[in-house]
Design a protein around this ligand. Structure first.
Ligand SMILES: C[S@@+](CC[C@H](N)C(=O)[O-])C[C@H]1O[C@@H](n2cnc3c(N)ncnc32)[C@H](O)[C@@H]1O
Length: 280
């Protein structure tokens, strides 16, 4: 395990995030790292409003563990009787020194200590919580998950342009059957190509909440949603070129390959659109 070249950055709600050189970006919104976890993932997922006694959450891109922390912390306030099981997918243990260094100076530290212990051993059972890690490429781990398990998915890789392998039609197609019917996936991205990929994979998509300077995220559902905007992103819709999704046949393409496949498909969509316009 090699430690990553990162620097700690203080965000708008006084919680810290990491700037990661490999991706040229921070792990969280500069408006608030912890605030983003609560407001872009835990609350809009609706998972803590569920009537079920046992909840299962899939956390894609563990990072510093803020989404898991926000889930545990908010559950203690909102539904302290529920049993919560989390499966976290993370490829890179090089962030370990930074995970160990996470500190808030308040009661969140007690919860993050539980998460740190789980991170070190790969799993933990503690009272009504259980947390299991799968330390490998999420494209491999998602295939190993049993179907129909999850009440919510926190989808939180780096940005689509820098981390395209987790934003492809093929990845979302593999993911969909792992969700229970009606379960939601939350993400900060509102990119047309991400929404189009979710729609092509069979999700319903709707506009998600905004947080800080980010205008809106996306909520996707394994089942119908009353506020669905699927028709805006269906194949052949007005935004077709921008909405050309990332593809990763076989789920083992390199980042560059995924990006260049999309560019080639965009160029062919543009040519078709020009030809059609000339014929009209
Ligand atoms: C933006 S950070 C996640 C922040 C995190 N959710 C939190 O609450 O602190 C993205 C994470 O996704 C992980 N990641 C990127 N590509 C991955 C892949 N193919 N498989 C598994 N994890 C991946 C990165 O290592 C990084 O930890």
């Amino acid at each position: 395990m090699t430690s990553r070249q990162c620097s700690v950055v203080r965000t708008g709600d006084s919680t810290d995030t990491l700037f990661c050189r490999e991706y040229g970006q921070t792990m969280h919104s500069d408006s608030g790292a912890y605030g983003e976890a609560v407001n872009m993932h835990v609350l809009p997922s609706g998972v803590l409003d569920s009537a079920a006694e046992h909840l299962s959450v899939l956390d894609i891109g563990f990072g510093l563990g803020y989404n898991v922390l926000a889930l545990l912390f908010e559950s203690e306030v909102r539904c302290p009787e529920k049993n919560i099981r989390v499966v976290s997918l993370e490829r890179d243990r090089g962030y370990a020194p930074y995970v160990r260094g996470v500190s808030f100076g308040d009661e969140k530290d007690r919860w993050h200590d539980i998460i740190k212990r789980a991170y070190e051993s790969g799993f933990l059972r503690e009272g009504r919580f259980s947390l299991d890690f799968m330390f490998m490429d999420a494209r491999d781990s998602v295939r190993r998950l049993p179907g129909g398990q999850f009440d919510a998915v926190f989808h939180d890789p780096f940005s689509p342009g820098m981390n395209p392998e987790l934003w492809t039609v093929d990845f979302f197609r593999e993911l969909l059957p792992k969700l229970k019917s009606g379960a939601r996936l939350t993400t900060y991205s509102s990119a047309a190509q991400v929404r189009a990929a979710l729609v092509a994979a069979g999700f319903s998509v709707a506009r998600g909440p905004s947080f800080g300077r980010k205008k809106e995220g996306t909520i996707a559902c394994n089942g119908p949603m009353t506020d669905s905007i699927n028709e805006e992103y269906a194949d052949g819709a007005g935004t077709a070129v921008k909405a050309t999704p990332y593809r990763d046949p076989g789920l083992h393409c390199s980042r560059d390959d995924i990006l260049s496949r999309r560019l080639a498909e965009m160029s062919s969509r543009r040519t078709t659109a020009c030809r059609q316009a000339r014929q009209e």
